[in-house]
Write a protein that binds this ligand. Structure first.
Ligand code: SF4
Length: 632
């Protein structure tokens, strides 16, 4: 092993101070790794320590972290993922996004567990990380000239190596659209949420390029091999694996239209069966996705499922593209949520969002809001530079996207600031469906009550992936978290839903710190398996409960970061009004989530009286250093 290295880790954090053009290496100790794992956990500790309360997310004080964890560059399936974190310019609180593709293993093989970027460059630069070394290079020839895909091409050409992987930003991020993400590997690795691309844009960091050839040591390679030999047949024979391989996430559109989870017309309409058939995969109905887009499956590195879809469209020319097709969230947020059943237009919007570094979830939420505001006369054709923004018009949606990215005109510029700002400025906050500034994603909380608690309490604003307790309502229980969660729960019952979110949230914090794809949980990889794989990789001897405790520590630290930055639980842990109005028909007709009761249970399980971590809890988790930041 190299100096500083320990099983599962390089033992090195690359630190890049853009203001001083200084690059250094910091040691990642085994103690730090065991406390925070890696990925979002490690990033939470760094950002909590280094970003002052009230710092401008688009200012030089913000700290941007690109991190992987112990699984990367091993052969564990689902480990081809990376995390990017910073204070979010969209929400003003904790920002985090995960992406797949090929970057994660390349960074790890390049010799680092994380990259921490501070300050702000005077002129555009990109960071080139390769085999234990790093350098800043001029990016003036790329800035303002190349979108994300073109930037990848240009950097590979410039560095004369096709095997280089790149995390680039396009014009949306350069222009500081607050929901600009980091879209990598030509749309294969999308870390869209919470504006992490905009943070790179604010630092004038055009891209990070990676190339590495180092082997990563694991503690018990034979045991890991044995575990994977046992686990792979379980994964391979799971029904979810088969569906995910055959159809990818578009498989969920028609079933979710049926059960009430699909957002339709800015979450105001109950059914849209015909539209769902036009945009969804043929699961639960004769969906047209495969017929129209003719997708080919593609996988992130070391994935045996391959849920991403490669798509090439030649005609009509205005929808031509050769890239990745939209997955569930994009189809739902830009499609059904805007009543757009023109699949080619949604597919084109997905490609443009990727090239321009725009989060498709947030853009879909913004577009649906703008369509409703247009219908209600809050914005006009003139405000939009001539766009008639009617429900269902795919070409109008594409025109709006371009104006937002270019920040052309007062209203499109406002829409680039996100739903919270736009809703207030246009005096229609009730139709801007967000929590703490982040758009409610394509999981209507009226259809699965646990999702109401999750959407209200995610540490990164509205989110379906900061817990995904819906799993237990779909029949994937969590026995390691106690007897109450060892059986599936009824989706419309309130009992144990606060408990479920509390525990699944901690579990997901573990996954996001391992930086591991949680789809595998639906294919038989239990939390006990997760713990065994981690122990074999690192040589640790954790029980599932001890591992879950690390997840709890990470969530508490993110919560403390949010409180330090002004989060007010009594008003901010809540849902937009629309989710307390019942749907009139369909699978969730008449259902209203009893959020207050479920939230009280969640706070109780967390030991967060009134939503604020108790000193006792912070001490128990080794977070004494945060006590001084508790709200007075
Ligand atoms: S299941 Fe999909 S998102 Fe997860 S690692 Fe595989 S290809 Fe990537």
């Amino acid at each position: 092993m190299f100096l500083g290295e320990f099983p599962g880790y390089n033992g090195k954090i690359l630190r890049v101070n853009l203001s001083e053009e200084k690059i250094t290496t910091q040691e990642l100790t085994p103690e730090m790794a065991k406390m925070w794992i890696g990925g979002v956990g490690l990033a939470a500790k760094i950002i909590y320590d280094e970003v002052p309360a009230g710092a401008d997310p688009l200012g030089p004080e913000n700290v941007f972290v690109f991190a992987v964890g112990p699984y990367q560059a091993t052969t564990i399936p689902g480990s081809g993922r990376f995390a990017v974190c910073a204070k979010s310019p969209l929400t003003g609180i904790w920002g985090e996004s995960l992406g797949g593709g090929y970057n994660a293993h390349e960074l790890k093989r390049a010799g680092f567990d994380a990259i921490v970027v501070t300050g702000k460059a005077d002129k555009p630069v990109y960071l080139w990380v390769h085999d234990g070394k790093a350098e800043l290079r001029d990016a003036s020839h790329l800035w303002g000239k190349k979108d994300a895909y073109e930037t990848e091409d240009a950097i590979k050409k410039e560095l004369k190596d096709e095997k280089i992987q790149v995390a680039p930003i396009g014009p949306g991020a350069e222009n500081l659209v607050r929901y600009a993400g980091l879209i990598c590997n030509y749309g294969h690795g999308c870390a869209g949420r919470t504006g992490m691309g905009a943070v790179m844009g604010s630092k004038k960091l055009k891209a990070i390029a990676f190339r590495g050839t180092k082997e990563i040591k694991v503690a018990e390679p034979d045991l890991l091999k044995e575990y994977l030999k046992e686990l792979l047949p379980i994964i391979n024979k799971a029904e979810f694996t088969k569906l995910n391989r055959d159809y990818g996430q578009p498989m969920a559109i028609i079933p979710r239209e049926e059960n009430g989870l699909l957002p339709i017309k800015n979450f105001a309409q109950s059914r849209w069966r015909e539209g769902a058939i036009k945009i969804g995969a043929p699961v639960g109905g004769p969906g047209k996705y495969n017929e129209v887009l003719k997708p080919k499956p593609e996988a992130c590195s070391y994935c045996v499922m391959g849920c991403h879809r490669r798509v090439k469209i030649d005609y009509p020319e205005k929808y031509a593209m050769d890239s990745y097709g939209p997955e569930y969230e994009t189809l739902a947020m830009i499609g059904s949520n805007c009543l757009i059943d023109n699949l080619l237009a949604i597919n084109k919007a997905n490609e443009l969002c990727n090239r321009w570094s725009i989060d498709t979830i947030e853009f879909g939420g913004v577009c649906a809001f703008a369509m409703e505001a247009y219908e209600k006369g809050k914005i006009t054709k003139e405000d939009l530079g001539g766009i008639e923004l009617k429900w269902g018009d795919g070409d109008a949606m594409l025109a709006l996207l371009e104006k937002i990215v270019k920040r052309e005109g007062k209203v499109p510029r406002l829409l680039g600031e996100g739903l919270r700002v736009a809703g207030e400025a246009l005096e229609c906050p009730d139709i801007a469906l967000h929590v703490n500034g982040a758009a409610v994603p394509a999981h209507d909380p009226r259809a699965f009550f646990s999702m109401a608690v999750e959407t209200a309490t995610s540490t990164r604003g509205a989110c379906h992936l900061h817990g995904f307790p819906e799993a237990i309502e779909l029949g994937v229980p969590f026995p390691e978290a106690g007897p109450e969660l060892s059986q599936p729960l009824d989706r419309f019952a309130k009992e144990y839903k606060g408990l479920a979110q509390a525990k699944y949230q901690d579990r997901q914090a573990v996954n996001n710190s391992l930086v591991w794809c949680f789809f595998y949980e639906f294919s038989g990889v239990t939390f006990t398996w997760t713990t065994k794989l981690l122990n074999a990789t690192t040589g640790w001897n954790l029980t599932p409960q001890e591992l879950l405790k690390i997840g709890e520590r990470i969530i508490n630290l993110q919560r403390m970061f949010n409180l330090k930055n002004g989060l007010k639980p009594e008003k901010d842990d809540w849902l937009p009004k629309r989710f307390f109005e019942p749907r009139t028909e369909g699978g969730a007709a008449g259902k209203i989530p009893p959020l207050r009761e479920m939230l009280n249970e969640y706070y109780k399980v967390k030991n967060w009286p009134n939503g604020i971590p108790s000193e006792e809890k912070l001490k128990e988790l080794g977070l004494e250093f945060t006590i001084k930041d508790l709200p007075k």
